[in-house]
Design a protein around this ligand. Structure first.
Ligand code: HEC
Length: 101
């Protein structure tokens, strides 16, 4: 009985969590994001636009907070290559992602 209710709780949590997943959005760059990160707001906005346009073409968006900064440093160059974006846009996307975490 104890076990059954625990399992039920886990299933309920999983359903609630996936319900929220549809609402997940990458944060829009703001002046305070720019201040905290020390990155130019125009660069963060460029990174955000490229991220929105390119980074959920092949898979569900992986949000800035989903993985660590270290992982983003490793993953982004390959994904920028996948997306076929310029080096400047790759740099802007990475700056945006790190600032938005
Ligand atoms: C042309 C298709 C394509 C585009 C465009 C693309 N991705 Fe991916 N992405 C993949 C595939 C395929 C995988 C899973 C296999 C892998 O890790 O290479 C993946 C995996 C990932 C992962 C998980 C990697 C891991 O090791 O867990 C992240 C994070 C990610 N993508 C971010 C991005 C970002 C950010 C962009 C935009 C710059 C992007 N992707 C654009 C195809 C793409």
């Amino acid at each position: 009985m104890e076990t059954a209710s625990r399992i039920f709780g886990v299933i309920t949590a999983a359903v609630l969590f996936s319900g929220c997943a549809a609402e997940r959005q990458a944060p829009i760059p703001t002046a305070s994001m720019s201040e905290k990160s020390g990155e130019d707001l125009a660069v963060l906005k460029r990174g955000y636009v490229v991220y929105k346009a390119q980074c959920s073409r092949c898979h569900e968006p992986i949000l800035p907070a989903d993985i660590s900064s270290e992982e983003w440093h490793v993953v982004t160059p390959g994904m920028a290559w996948n997306a076929g974006i310029s080096e400047a846009d790759e740099a802007a996307v990475l700056k945006y992602i790190l600032a938005a975490r």
